[in-house]
Design a protein around this ligand. Structure first.
Ligand code: ADP
Ligand code: MG
Length: 729
């Protein structure tokens, strides 16, 4: 008899290699061919329309109706030439996934025929029924309409023969129901404040935009094995499973040779990504077995966020063709590394300057220090907002698990930059000024060392690490939309830059020279934000203690992390910069709590079902075999030999009984607790109760199930084991 595990193992091991499609030789031949990019627009649009779209993308200018008509016609012509039959508005509702509703380019002509049609109205705005998307109480049931509106800053693209138009998604009353709306608003706030600060130094700066280069980690698992694990299917992670004798302890997977079947998969999704204009560039094995990473060249933040959403979709879609299921969960397997999504973030000006690149002149260095100090100060004031925006049930399992940054937000800037900041803190007024040399700065800015870009000064344990010309926000979870951390980061930095400018302008009004004023505020920020800087090992126990001493928040779970969003200053921040209204902040709070509760509720149910209906019956079957065997021994052996030889088996029988008994009683208790928690009114109370009363059962039950895995005959065990999930490829 072969159980389901063996049948799926057989399928996985005998899976034929996919017949690979033939790709053109050069990436540049097909790169971006499925996007309505600038080259296409030049070809299809009048010069006036082209310029108007570019100005809309770069400066946020409105596109007038006449131009929109032209763009719609051009998009239709281009999409038809690429074989598209349908179009859709493509948006990011608060489920975290993307949403689309396809319509055919069709218009009946009345004579039993039809023609292809698409107009400006359809391009600019649609009214999908919003009633089945999360709104956190914003949307009244009598007004279920939502609006999607074209976002000309992110290029339209074709996927599955459908023209996809990136859009925002708002309610009838104008509240945001998506991630893109607040992202665009936070980016615009950052643009406004950062540009104003840049203009202290250079009047030619007219625009600043955030840049994002994400690194996406993921696991691959053979789809047959995946399907035999109800926990993976329903919750995205394994809720049971004893660790494999070998997993990542030999460090032999990281940067290792990529297995052939995996390379085939990567080549194919990269091909599709490149056609969609997603600049994926880097691929490699990650630390855990069957864990991999993909990273693009960085882009303007809104486009980078869309591209990451698209890429996650492509990974899953192309994975299926190769018999792989892609796991984007933050912690699919206990005991081996989880997956993150590092958000490399910086700011760039319309002149092409990276604001986090230390410059060559004292003036450029001062500007660099302004941005660095403001970011550190923003982080120190609002680390809780960042924490809240990366919180999820999945990321709770990863943060602080000694393979990913802790839940304490701190910043690493490297030894040399730390020394520079320490020096700045000590500079007094006298040593600050130097004799005026020509028309340069008459202020003594410490030299920023050029070796900063050197890779040796890296700290891989910090949640927020300066890496030479950008910050790497490493605490973001692998399944999260990049929009979340980017909304939070752009907003808190915008807010700090605004304060910076107010402080400088006040000093100038008090007759302090501009450069002097700038320096004074930088110095003040450096001093005030000192506690957020940590250069040591963020994974260590000592840091947890040290951070507590410094008064840095350490919020281990999602329901508590989210609470920070309702603090007065957090709401002030979102309202003042017009990113979200208080009503929207509160609605999102509810949605995030509900999402947490539902995820944990599902996990709890799956644990109960698997334990009682899959594991316990098999353990009993094996136990009965042992009992039969012991009975047989008693029949054939003399009593002395029997006593000596049966001890081991009797012990095992007893152990199995004990584990089964604990599992049963714990599952029963958990179910009872769940019932009471389900009846709690209020999303916040309920989420906290789930965290504090239900989640603790998970580990307890798991412990006994994993012990049974070691005791029960391998032939009987129903769930694919860790060694199979992690090593079959
Ligand atoms: P690593 O961190 O692995 O050493 P890199 O430093 O080359 O690798 O870059 C990692 C990621 O950082 C890439 O996705 C890259 O596009 C991104 N990146 C590089 N420069 C910037 C920037 N100025 N802004 C945002 N992201 C950037
Ligand atoms: Mg990196």
């Amino acid at each position: 008899m072969s159980n389901i595990r063996f049948r799926t193992l057989e399928m996985a091991m005998s899976r034929p290699r996919r017949q690979m499609p033939v790709f053109p030789d050069r990436i540049s031949d097909y790169y971006g061919e499925l996007t309505f990019n600038q080259e296409v627009m030049r070809e299809y649009l009048s010069k006036e329309a082209f310029n108007s779209v570019i100005r809309a993308a770069e400066l946020g200018e409105k596109i007038d109706r006449r131009i929109a008509d032209q763009v719609a016609l051009a998009m239709k012509a281009w999409a038809l030439s690429k074989g598209a039959t349908h179009f859709t508005h493509w948006f990011h509702p608060l489920t975290g996934a993307t949403a689309e509703k396809h319509d055919a380019f069709i218009f009946p002509t009345g004579n039993g025929k039809a023609m292809e049609a698409f107009n400006a109205n359809e391009l600019i705005q649609q009214e999908p029924d919003a009633s089945s998307f999360p709104s956190g109480g914003i949307r009244n049931t009598f007004e279920a309409r939502g609006y999607t509106a074209w976002d000309p800053t992110s290029p339209a693209f074709i996927m599955d023969r459908t023209l996809c138009i990136p859009t925002i998604f708002v309610s009838y009353t104008g509240e945001a129901l998506d991630y893109k709306t607040p992202l665009l608003k936070a980016s615009s706030a950052l643009d406004h404040e950062a540009t104003a600060v840049c203009r202290y130094f250079n009047k030619n700066v007219t625009r600043v935009f955030a840049t994002l280069g994400w690194e996406q980690e993921y696991f691959l698992v053979d789809t047959a094995l995946f399907n035999a694990r109800p926990d993976l299917v329903l919750s995205g992670r394994t809720l049971f499973g004893h660790s494999s004798a070998k997993d990542q302890q030999l460090s032999d997977h990281y940067f290792g040779i990529i297995p052939e079947r995996v390379i085939d998969f990567m080549r194919e999704f990269e091909y599709e990504a490149h056609r969609l204009g997603i600049p994926v560039r880097t691929r490699h094995n990650e630390v855990a077995p069957n864990q991999f990473e993909c990273a693009p060249v960085y882009e303007e933040v809104n486009v980078a966020v869309d591209h990451n959403q698209l890429l996650m979709h492509l990974l899953e879609k192309v994975g299926k063709r190769h018999g792989y299921t892609v796991l984007l969960h933050e912690k699919p397997y206990a005991g081996v590394n989880g997956s993150g999504k590092h958000n490399n973030w910086s700011m760039s000006t319309n002149l092409g300057d990276n604001l986090l690149s230390p410059g060559k002149t004292p003036q450029a260095n001062l500007q660099f220090l302004v941005f660095l100090a403001s970011i550190l100060k923003a982080l120190d004031s609002h680390s809780e907002i960042l924490r809240a925006y990366i919180a999820s049930a999945g990321n709770d399992l990863r943060l602080g698990a000694h393979e990913a940054p802790p839940a304490i937000i701190s910043a690493f800037i490297g030894t040399q930059l730390s020394e520079t900041l320490d020096l700045i803190e000590k500079l007094d007024k006298k040593s600050l000024h130097r004799k005026s040399e020509g028309n340069g700065l008459n202020i003594n800015i410490p030299k920023i060392p050029e070796i900063l870009l050197d890779n040796t000064d890296r700290n891989r344990t910090s949640p927020f690490a300066f890496t030479g010309n950008k910050f790497e926000f490493r605490a973001v979870g692998s399944s999260s939309s990049c929009a979340k951390p980017m909304i939070a980061l752009n907003l808190i930095v915008a807010d700090q830059l605004k304060k910076f400018r107010q402080e400088v302008d006040q000093l100038v009004a008090d007759k302090v020279e501009l450069e002097d004023a700038i320096f004074q505020v930088v110095k003040k920020y450096v001093k005030e934000s000192k506690r957020i800087r940590f250069e040591g090992n963020s994974y260590s126990e000592e840091w947890v203690k040290e951070a507590a001493k410094r008064g840095l928040p350490n919020i281990p779970d999602t329901p508590h992390a989210l609470k920070s969003l309702l603090k007065k200053d957090a709401i002030r921040l979102f309202e003042e910069h017009h990113v979200l209204t208080e009503r929207e902040v509160r609605a999102r709070y509810e949605i995030k709590l509900e999402n947490y509760t539902r995820k944990v509720q599902i996990e709890s149910r799956v644990i109960g079902d698997l334990a009682i209906n899959h594991i316990v019956p098999i353990a009993i079957r094996y136990q009965n075999q042992l009992i039969e065997n012991v009975k047989g021994l008693k029949e054939v052996l003399d009593s002395k030999t029997y006593t000596a030889l049966s001890k081991n088996q009797l012990d095992t029988i007893r152990e199995i009984s004990e584990h089964i008994s604990v599992i049963r009683s714990q599952v029963l208790k958990m179910t009872e607790v769940r019932k009471t928690v389900n009846s709690i009114e209020g999303a916040e109370k309920q989420a906290i109760a789930y965290r504090e009363k239900v989640v603790p059962f998970f580990e307890q039950i798991r412990y006994h199930v994993d012990k049974l895995e070691l005791l029960v005959d391998n032939e009987l065990w129903p769930l694919p084991k860790y060694r199979e999930l992690l090593f079959v490829r």
